[in-house]
Design a protein around this ligand. Sequence first.
Ligand SMILES: *[C@@H]1O[C@H](CO)[C@@H](O)[C@H](O)[C@H]1NC(C)=O
Ligand SMILES: *[C@@H]1O[C@H](CO)[C@@H](O)[C@H](O)[C@H]1NC(C)=O
Ligand SMILES: *[C@@H]1O[C@H](CO)[C@@H](O)[C@H](O)[C@H]1NC(C)=O
Ligand SMILES: *[C@@H]1O[C@H](CO)[C@@H](O)[C@H](O)[C@H]1NC(C)=O
Ligand SMILES: *[C@@H]1O[C@H](CO)[C@@H](O)[C@H](O)[C@H]1NC(C)=O
Ligand SMILES: *[C@@H]1O[C@H](CO)[C@@H](O)[C@H](O)[C@H]1NC(C)=O
Ligand SMILES: *[C@@H]1O[C@H](CO)[C@@H](O)[C@H](O)[C@H]1NC(C)=O
Ligand SMILES: *[C@@H]1O[C@H](CO)[C@@H](O)[C@H](O)[C@H]1NC(C)=O
Ligand SMILES: *[C@@H]1O[C@H](CO)[C@@H](O)[C@H](O)[C@H]1NC(C)=O
Length: 792
Amino acid sequence: MQLLQAFIALLVLFRSSASGVVVPRQSEITEDSYFYGQSPPVYPTPEMPGSGPWAVAYAKAVALVSQMTLEEKANVTVGHSTSTGCSGVTGSVPRLGWPGLCLSDAGNGLRATDLVNGWPSGIHVGASWNRDLAYQRALHMGGEFKTKGVNVALGPVIGPLGRVAKAGRNWEGISNDPYLGGELVYQTVLGIQTAGVITSVKHYIGNEQETNRNPSSNVSAVSSNIDDKTIHETYLWPFASAVHAGAGCVMCSYNRVNNSYSCQNSKLLNGLLKTELGFEGWVTSDWDAQHTGLSSTLAGLDVAMPNSSFWGTNGENLTLSVTNGSVPESRVTDMVTRIVASWYQMGQDTNFPVEGIGMPANYYDPHVTINARDPSSKPVLIDGAMEGHVLVKNTNNALPLNSPKMISIFGYDAQAPPANDIESASQVFGAWTVGGESILDYAGFFSPLPPPQIAINGTIISGGNGANSPAYISAPFDALNEQAYNDGTAIFWDFTSQDPTVDTSTDACLVFINAFATEGYDRVGLHDDYSDNLIENVAASCSNTIVVIHNAGPRLVDQWIENPNITAVIFAHLPGQDSGRALVQLLYGYESFSGKLPYTVAKNESDYINAGNPSEPEGIYELFPQSDFTEGVYIDYKGFDQNDITPRYEFGFGLTYTTFAYSDLDISLSPSVSTSCLPPSPENIIQGGIASLWDVVATVTAVVQNTGEVDASEIAQLYIGIPGGPVRQLRGFEKVLIEAGTSVTVSFDLLRRDLSEWDTGAQSWVLQQGQYGVWVGASSRILPLSGTLVIS
Ligand SMILES: *[C@@H]1O[C@H](CO)[C@@H](O)[C@H](O)[C@H]1NC(C)=O
Ligand SMILES: *[C@@H]1O[C@H](CO)[C@@H](O)[C@H](O)[C@H]1NC(C)=O
Ligand SMILES: *[C@@H]1O[C@H](CO)[C@@H](O)[C@H](O)[C@H]1NC(C)=O
Ligand SMILES: *[C@@H]1O[C@H](CO)[C@@H](O)[C@H](O)[C@H]1NC(C)=O
Ligand SMILES: *[C@@H]1O[C@H](CO)[C@@H](O)[C@H](O)[C@H]1NC(C)=O
Ligand SMILES: *[C@@H]1O[C@H](CO)[C@@H](O)[C@H](O)[C@H]1NC(C)=O
Ligand SMILES: *[C@@H]1O[C@H](CO)[C@@H](O)[C@H](O)[C@H]1NC(C)=O
Ligand SMILES: *[C@@H]1O[C@H](CO)[C@@H](O)[C@H](O)[C@H]1NC(C)=O
Ligand SMILES: *[C@@H]1O[C@H](CO)[C@@H](O)[C@H](O)[C@H]1NC(C)=O
């Protein structure tokens, strides 16, 4: 609390007296240079370290780039027009046979092509809490990018982190907890890159809302104003994990940070990323996110996509800036060295398909069709779909279903959407709306209207825009029909009525709704009356109502959650193409639920204090919208804990078909590792930061017993109270399958990083002297085991 107050005081100070000036009135602010200078200058751009695991690729890149002319180098750094369907291509060097790179969307499956799989979205990966599954998904998905000749996958997404509950792209990211997001993005980067494809981890950084994410003719992009401690402990953390995994590319974001555009912010690019995190890769702009030539060059931007009006169509103005002495040629050489090294590092110099070969510009032209789907992906797709389902309520033994004689299926989200094709797939799920008012279609996507809160014409397996065309969709209704055939169950259904008739003979009523979100817009609410009324109407005449929500972000349930006729509720998230098939496995108990919430479900929107809504341009900041991250690190459960607000379902919560007991907590410091509370030596910087941050300082173990009748996986969670920090922070989790009646020991390694706080004075991570709280349990609020760890 003290910390927060101190930070608010600091912010007020820096807002009201940047260089001692009093804030002018709105009429006096005519251009945003008033705000500049808050992001400290960090120059020059560090050259690629080329160390450790990158040494060989670096040496090869240096050898190749040394043969390039300045013009050839500058040409590589800009996006070019292309006859492929790649989202973007870098320049090539035909004289030396260097082919250039094809970059394509997105983090949840290859977009704008056929014969690829529709994978679970980032939020679903987050809800699965499964490191190995995250790796397998990434490995198989990455293989599809490679088969189609895509060098760079434009993902994974770890920003937005999820600060703003209503933000439109939270579903692309993994979790608003930096530790959970960091662990799973680490595996995702490893998996995609092991498949031979460069990851472009995005969006760096502070891209926490869609509202005003880009400048318009008279209003600049929103500025995420983030203090040094908060950016390190929250927003930068998962990027550090991704860099530690060896990410070859990072994408800078649309927004500004401290009033400086992310793609020309030297503190972010030269400072945090390329110095502090020892980043070996290159920085690409988000599409059209470059706003200057010289400033972005010197701040550390390496590639401008999809082209550059600043560096020139073929980089001619970048060349000019070298010949006229504004930019050292070594800067341009470093840009290209980083790019070419990442190509060698992923082995793309041998047997890589022709760039963009599977990505024809016109999908419907006769073309050599390339099937990127590998049969070995099947178990990964279905496991991925199953494990992200979170059961939050299950009363009267509503689930699992057991050969019911009749079930009734209601709601617009039960059946497949009306179309699946390349042209419309990325928006098909959001192309329809309530009340006949069509809002989203392909042509009108960038219309100023907000998208509907729900996708009314069929089930959603992903959010909008950043999504791909799945190979097929197993809709809940399809899979339930198949199961009914096997069981001899009768099915009644009504997908359109808001007040359907319930047959009194039905054993259960399944109601399918969704909460839709898409790039470009923030959500207008966290629940909608149309769906809530539907649920209430069914529950009024059905005493066994089971609600399934496909949700692209947190979705409130308090309108009806305490209705005793609502016996089971599932947050089904965005499972990808095996959605229905996976759901039936869980509903009928062939598999046990094993997901847990990667965010908090509040009782009411206003409980997401500080950060429920995106910041709007207003008051004196009308032309220069400001988003002050005054809550510091206290987002999601850390804010609920700090303010003593009881959520409906806390972060980390999820039920299954059995129960678990926790015992035998053991906490031990590693005897041979230094626990000095001085800043660690910054000498040995590896990818991700100072090497010793990855030392195991302590280990915690506990025993988890399956006390029920059914085999199931538990996600055991470790929370730590770092002195001076939030009440509790997630610092370990293990997902383990435990057979009924048996026990397993779970073990959590605590790294120096996990136990340190960012010391703004020392500009380093430091261990805190004193008592650390240690808790182990089933969620952020179900913590049966507790102890302390003392660092002296
Ligand atoms: C943003 O400004 C805050 C407050 O001055 C400072 O702590 C932080 O380091 C700055 N970060 C960047 C990236 O400019
Ligand atoms: C620049 O890159 C483009 C696109 O790959 C290529 O067609 C062109 O030949 C390159 N120019 C030079 C000078 O290498
Ligand atoms: C920005 O321009 C639009 C369109 O001309 C106008 O409606 C709006 O009021 C302007 N906003 C501000 C803050 O001046
Ligand atoms: C960049 O690409 C866009 C879209 O294709 C095009 O309208 C624009 O003219 C291009 N700009 C440059 C500098 O090549
Ligand atoms: C390149 O620089 C010249 C001179 O400053 C300018 O006139 C021209 O518009 C620039 N070209 C591009 C593509 O930015
Ligand atoms: C050098 O060229 C760059 C790119 O055209 C331009 O922005 C800059 O103003 C020029 N500087 C000088 C000193 O001419
Ligand atoms: C989508 O649903 C709306 C409202 O029910 C309906 O008017 C429209 O025809 C549907 N569109 C398709 C393609 O089915
Ligand atoms: C529960 O369902 C029964 C019908 O099975 C109905 O009579 C009752 O009113 C419902 N209760 C509520 C609270 O909606
Ligand atoms: C619930 O949240 C809404 C929107 O933030 C707010 O207007 C309302 O007052 C809140 N209700 C309660 C009971 O807190």
